[in-house]
Design a protein around this ligand. Structure first.
Ligand SMILES: [Cu+2]
Length: 110
């Protein structure tokens, strides 16, 4: 291989490896009868986290959290990925904004 080809091969490998680091395994969360399950989600601190939220209700819901700086609408019967930036240890509440009387939960980073 020429020097240029070796360099290109190295870059290609880097590009393939990067998404695995940036995209952690999603944590499944179910929303049914306007309640999250689990409603207490333990995650590792200081690293990015992805929640895979399945809305099993027929109505849309908005996963909303001011402390997590997240807002995501998930249509009825659909699944959405909620990406959370690395967190310091602590408790971060979230809710389903459209049904907040019952749709409440928290992420606990530790
Ligand atoms: Cu909102």
């Amino acid at each position: 291989m020429s020097r240029a080809r070796v360099l290109f091969a190295g870059l290609a490998l880097t590009a393939l490896a990067a998404p695995a680091l940036a995209d952690p395994a999603p944590i499944p969360v179910m929303l049914k009868n306007h309640q999250f399950s689990p409603n207490l989600i333990k995650v590792p601190a200081n690293q990015p986290v992805v929640l895979k939220v399945t809305n099993a209700d027929p109505l849309a819901e908005e996963f909303d959290s001011t402390p997590l700086k997240v807002e995501k609408v998930i249509a009825g019967g659909q699944t959405g990925l909620v990406r959370i930036h690395p967190l310091r240890p602590g408790r971060y509440s979230f809710m389903g904004e459209y049904h907040s009387a019952t749709a409440q939960g928290a992420v606990v980073a530790q």
